[in-house]
Design a protein around this ligand. Structure first.
Ligand SMILES: [Zn+2]
Length: 234
């Protein structure tokens, strides 16, 4: 179901990891049990990535998808339908999409971490009904302008149930990276919040956080080593 490479291949010094697409120094696939044994999620995950998304070091789309059996990362600009993007039949009305517009979920519904929105950007009157029977979630991966381009080029996304997030925890990126959405979460964190709440599996969010922490630790360690190397040169 996924378009990811088989788990026997790993990153080498020369080639990036075929699964997470990161360099050997940043690939944490071997440290994550779910990469070898992905979780059987009922609510599907579709991550749509802009082809010019450049953050190979800190991007989290593939890492997030690797944890789940029912997850697809698609790189591109537009697809004629949700089904074409997914490679199987799907009704976009039964999918939720993380909305990028200027909606402040916290002000709309301070007590809810996931807020279902109407087309006009208000809170849906019956939140539970709006989020019941969701077949899958769509996340747009890239900078703010890249994500916006994806939104406008794929008319079928307008049919999905829009949601905004009001996370209880700030992003673990900290100051490392600016994210496109107002909620400030990485793609991996947004996937964790949505899937764990909608499927009532809080442990999934904890698991994704642990994986993300492994990546961030590698990144910070590399950066420190680079700084030290620079300092010893001068
Ligand atoms: Zn990897």
């Amino acid at each position: 179901m996924t378009d990811l490479a088989p788990p026997t291949e790993t990153a080498t010094a020369d080639a990036p990891c075929p699964r997470c697409h990161k360099s050997a120094a940043l690939c944490v696939c071997a440290e994550i049990p779910e990469v070898a044994r992905p979780i059987a999620n009922k609510i599907a995950l579709l991550i749509v990535q802009h082809p010019q998304e450049q953050d190979v070091d800190l991007g989290t789309a593939r890492l997030a998808a690797l944890h789940f059996k029912n997850a697809v990362v698609k790189v591109g600009l537009s697809w004629p339908s949700l089904g074409k993007a997914l490679g199987r039949d799907a009704d976009p009305k039964r999918w939720a999409i993380l909305y990028l517009g200027s909606v402040k979920a916290k002000e709309l519904m301070p007590n809810r971490e996931i807020v279902a929105l109407t087309r006009k950007g208000a809170a849906a009157p019956d939140q539970d009904a709006a989020l019941a029977n969701i077949d899958g979630i769509i996340l747009l991966d890239g900078t703010w302008s890249q994500a916006k381009a994806l939104w406008w080029r794929n008319a079928w996304m307008l049919k999905a149930q829009r949601v905004a997030l009001n996370p209880r925890h700030p992003s673990r990126y900290g100051k490392l990276r600016k994210e496109p959405r107002r909620d400030g979460l990485s793609t991996l964190e947004a996937a964790g919040l949505l899937l764990s709440r909608l499927e009532k599996k809080p442990e999934w969010e904890t698991m994704l956080w642990a994986s993300f922490d492994k990546l961030l630790l590698r990144y910070r360690t590399l950066r420190e080593a680079a700084k030290r190397a620079l300092a010893s040169d001068s």
